[in-house]
Design a binder for this molecule. Structure first.
Ligand code: SF4
Length: 360
């Protein structure tokens, strides 16, 4: 028997009414059409009596203070801490998700519910496991502890848009920066609305193959490519991450396509090629061998990318930042720690060439 729990419903900012009690959510590229009493694909945006509500406003299900290198962001305030939080729910359903207990639970708990009331009760109970964390508390914590930025992370941030929007706006008014760690499925409407308050993004480009996105993530490739281009055109600092999964996306051809796409956006966009470890529905797959990451690193450099980094492996050499002109090491890293930083005003300390990023 489910215990009655009260859900705090917060009216959404990103939706349209489309006829008799139906709504269209415009937060992400799924553009879900949702009938009364149901949630969209993400499991946390519900049509309640003909309007769309976010059901996780102010309810953080994961909260940490992380080094910014862990996001990963290597060209954005290196060596600083970042307040990181996320909620339950996600608009993707990746077979290799590392946070599947958070990302998939909002959908899972609703599956066996008989009706709207039971769906809300089940979701309410799940959301109540999270921590009460309103936007002003997050910003207050950052100011008190001199934490310069906030990451909306762990699950896809755009699904809790109203919660992050209020936080990001308040954070900016107090001089705190905002970062999305994202699957790149933001709608154009969401990007336009958050743009004034968004400083940086790390976007996963999980593959260059529509079939992979379709089968393995239950999504599509094209919207992700559009978000990367759009964010770059908007002047938001962007870094791209590809989790290299053995036998899934590690062919030369696929890695070359990803590297070429990034280089066409800009050769200054850092590309992180990171190691997969067995997880969730891919728990029988082997981990990524270091040679695959070395191969991806070389492919990225051959495509003209100035900054390529390996991740989730001990490989200090490919995690440092070298000057694209004279190859001098300007930032040294050891796992998520910065061991040396000579960048200063965004110039190589030896030859004075530009090293792109947000350094101060
Ligand atoms: S955020 Fe995306 S997945 Fe969730 S309801 Fe809106 S359109 Fe659907």
């Amino acid at each position: 028997m489910l215990k009655k729990k009260k859900l705090v419903l917060s009216k959404a900012k990103l939706y349209e009414k489309i006829g008799q009690d139906q709504v269209k959510c415009i937060a992400c590229a799924h553009y879900c059409r949702i009938v009364e009493g149901r949630t969209g694909v993400c499991g946390v945006r519900m049509n309640y009596q003909g309007d769309l509500y976010l059901m996780v406003y102010g309810k953080a299900s994961a909260v940490n203070i992380d080094p910014i290198e862990k996001k990963p962001l290597f060209h954005f305030l290196p060596g600083t801490e970042i307040f990181s939080f996320g909620t339950v729910g996600c608009n993707f359903a990746c077979d290799f998700c590392q946070n599947w207990d958070l990302s998939q639970s909002a959908k899972e708990v609703q599956k066996k519910a008989k009706d709207k009331d039971e769906r809300m009760l089940r979701l309410g109970k799940l959301v109540d496991y999270g921590q009460e964390l309103p936007p002003h508390e997050i910003v207050k914590y950052c100011l008190k502890n001199k934490i310069p930025s906030i990451a909306y992370t762990y699950n896809e941030p755009v699904i809790f848009f109203e919660y992050l929007y209020d936080t990001a706006k308040l954070a900016h008014s107090e001089g705190v920066k905002n970062i999305f760690v994202s699957n790149g499925y933001e709608s154009e409407e969401a990007m336009n609305k958050i743009h004034p308050y968004l400083d940086a993004m790390n976007v996963d480009l999980k593959s260059f193959n529509e079939e992979f996105y379709n089968k393995t993530c239950k999504a599509h490739l094209e919207p992700v490519l559009k978000t990367i281009k759009r964010a770059h055109d908007m002047g938001i600092w962007i870094e791209v991450t590809t989790l290299v999964i053995p036998g899934e996306n590690d062919s030369d051809e696929e890695l070359e396509s990803i590297a070429k796409f990034i280089a066409d956006v800009s050769t200054s966009v850092p590309w992180h090629v990171t190691a997969f470890t067995p997880n969730y529905k891919m728990d029988q797959k082997p981990s990524t061998p270091p040679e695959s990451l070395q191969k991806a690193y070389k492919i990225g450099k051959s495509a003209g990318l100035k900054y390529v980094y390996t991740g989730n492996v001990f490989d200090n050499e490919c995690q440092n930042t070298y000057c694209p002109n004279c190859n001098h090491m300007n930032i040294g890293r050891d796992w998520h720690s910065v061991t040396k930083n000579e960048i200063g005003q965004g110039k190589c300390s030896k030859c004075g060439a530009d090293i792109e990023g947000v350094w101060q």
